[in-house]
Design a binder for this molecule. Structure first.
Ligand SMILES: Cc1cc2nc3c(=O)[nH]c(=O)nc-3n(C[C@H](O)[C@H](O)[C@H](O)COP(=O)(O)OP(=O)(O)OC[C@H]3O[C@@H](n4cnc5c(N)ncnc54)[C@H](O)[C@@H]3O)c2cc1C
Length: 561
């Protein structure tokens, strides 16, 4: 495994053009694209292996909720023909194997330093360089820095008093031990019923002596209907891969093959609606379900029809009526939090060794030496699993001390929520790019497509700079302000802000409540980016070193979209 070149990085710095932070799908694709531009890039990754999400999240049942044939890089047509996915939805280990294969195929490992967390990134305006420090003692600078730090890469354990004194074992799903965990014969608690909880609970229940599931919020969970990948389906998909990839860019979620709805739910009869939802339920998957009607994310009454359909399925599946009712979500419109796909989640609550606890009615107060205490009862456990998610979208960036000698620092800039231009740059931080940053569609899409779209846009900026001899690019303040405002307007026209979700930072105490993703859709976002690029990167300012490009500097303060 390649690690560092030179103990303090001096050797690296001699040649480096671009520092990349993160060795997940985003960081790896960035390395590849930088190489294509003739730039020397090097990535730093906190983990001991590549893969990001798919390296860290090794909890039992971890699986992609987008079909394998879609959730893969599109930039290498040979790779997509050669690679065989075993399942309709990739498991964590299958996706990790794929990422490692790509890293080897493109010989990327030599440009990644593992086991190294970037602590700070400081911009020196006179030198026009970013200098990073790491927890391994590196001090390295380069002209450009690309933050491929991930949207869901900062696991958070709620600050329950007493955790330090717990005598059993505890785990976070996002930091799962590589050797796995055997819960056989153990009394186990799972705290949290988001995607990681829903995926792991059926597996843990099969091993545990008894499993208590602490649920604060009931979520809408749809069947994945995972199967081994059908060879005929694979053949057909591969025969039209190029067209499908192109078509994905024309869709809201970056996923092709789901015909866009043409009719609103309220224009259909109750019988038509029932049939439509039932057919999507039988197919499995979340996108097709949301694509049942045009107005599900726009109109509460329309949304209620789909929500009630799901609640009805829960009542049919879970035998104990009180447990079923507790599992029924009522407090947010369906689709406004990430829709979760499951295999046997609701059925698991029919097992004798599984108990659902209402942690909203009786919140967890503290972890004790032998278990935990809620406002109503005390429980004893041998192991506690925190499926409590991440400081999403801004967490990893805010953990790095990002500042410029001109006075900008990220903690101050984002004190009331993120401010970005396209989720790709921030005013005040020249030459610093983000991959799928806040206010881009990233987490609301097939993320590999969004990663490629963003990194391609960044590469376009850099190619433009190379062409015109620029050395410095920065998001204009007016363009950024306009983008933030537009982003909020788009969200406010939907039902999304109605859910207390991690899109709003609601799972992290004290985090500003700002709706963070761009929800205008991948298709719209991509078009906006293409238009901005066609106008000489409108909204960005460039240094005047390359006088050849008059457009770039005059476009500095222009708004967009
Ligand atoms: C359990 C789970 C399931 C998911 N399922 C899906 C799905 O079904 N479909 C989908 O589209 N997306 C899914 N996602 C989102 C997933 O994160 C993306 O699809 C994709 O893997 C993101 O890649 P990335 O490189 O941008 O970020 P990541 O994979 O998060 O990689 C970022 C890397 O940066 C590193 N890093 C962060 N900060 C630092 C630092 N300061 N110094 C050094 N290294 C640092 C982290 O260690 C991490 O390895 C899922 C996420 C999770 C957590």
């Amino acid at each position: 495994m390649t690690t560092t070149s030179g103990t303090n990085g001096t050797h690296l710095q001699d040649q480096l053009d671009v520092i990349v932070v993160g060795g997940g799908l985003g960081g790896l694709y960035t390395l590849y694209r930088m190489r294509q531009l003739g730039l020397k890039a090097h990535a730093f990754e906190a983990g001991s292996g590549l893969g990001g999400t798919w390296f860290w999240n090794r909890y039992p049942g971890c699986r992609c909720d987008i079909e394998s044939l879609e959730y893969s890089y599109s930039f290498d047509p040979e790779l997509e023909q050669e690679w065989h996915w075993a399942d309709r939805y990739g498991t964590q280990s299958q996706i990790l194997e794929y990422i490692e294969h790509v890293a080897d195929r493109l010989d990327l490992r030599k440009d990644v330093t593992l086991n190294t967390r970037v602590l700070s990134a400081h911009y020196d305006s006179a030198a026009n360089r970013w200098t990073i420090t790491t927890d391994q003692g590196h001090t390295i600078s380069a002209r450009f820095i690309v933050m491929a730090t991930g949207n869901l890469s900062t696991p958070r354990v709620p600050e329950f008093p007493g955790l330090d004194g717990f005598k059993g074992d505890w785990y976070h799903t996002g930091l799962w031990p590589h050797e796995g965990v055997d819960f056989t014969g153990k009394r186990v608690a799972v705290i949290g019923t988001g995607s990681s909880g829903v995926q792991s609970i059926p597996h843990i229940a099969e091993q545990a002596k008894h499993l208590h599931v602490f649920q604060r919020t009931a979520n809408y969970i749809l069947p994945a209907r995972n199967t081994p990948l059908d060879p005929e389906r694979e053949r057909q998909h591969k025969a039209t891969y190029r067209e499908r990839r192109a078509a994905a860019y024309e869709t809201p979620f970056g996923i092709a093959g789901h015909p866009a709805p043409t009719k609103g739910a309220l224009d259909a009869t109750p019988e038509e609606r029932e049939a439509a939802y039932a057919s999507k339920w039988a197919q499995g998957g979340s996108i097709s379900f949301l694509f049942s009607y045009t107005d599900l994310l726009l109109n509460q009454e329309a949304n209620d029809t789909a929500a009630e359909f799901v609640r009805q399925r829960i009542r049919e599946t879970v035998k104990d009526p009180a447990t079923a009712e507790l599992l029924c979500p009522y407090d947010h419109p369906i689709g406004t939090k990430r829709l979760i796909l499951d295999t046997n989640y609701y059925e698991t609550f029919n097992r004798d060794n599984v108990t659902l606890v209402d942690a909203r009615k009786a919140p967890i107060q503290s972890i004790t030496q032998t278990g935990l205490r809620t406002t109503e009862a005390e429980y004893e456990f041998d192991a506690i699993v925190f499926a409590t998610g991440f400081d999403a979208m801004t967490g990893a960036l805010r953990e790095i001390d990002i500042r410029s000698d001109t006075g900008a620092d990220i903690a101050t800039k984002w004190v009331d929520g993120p401010h970005t231009y396209l989720g790709v740059m921030m005013a005040g931080f020249p030459n610093l790019f983000m991959v799928t940053g806040p206010q881009s569609p990233g987490v609301k899409s097939q993320m590999i497509l969004s990663i490629e779209q963003h990194v391609n846009f960044i590469s376009g900026c850099l190619a433009h700079m190379q062409q015109y001899g620029h050395t410095r690019i920065e998001a204009g303040q007016a363009a950024e302000d306009h983008w933030v405002e537009y982003n909020n307007q788009v969200a406010d026209a939907t039902l999304y802000p109605k859910a207390n979700s991690w899109y709003l930072g609601s799972n992290i105490p004290g985090k500003p409540r700002v709706f963070m993703p761009y929800v205008g859709g991948v298709h719209t976002f991509n078009q906006i980016c293409n238009d901005i690029a066609a106008k000489g990167y409108e909204g960005f300012s460039f240094d005047s070193a390359g006088a050849a490009d008059g457009r770039a500097t005059t476009a500095a303060a222009a708004g967009t979209a």
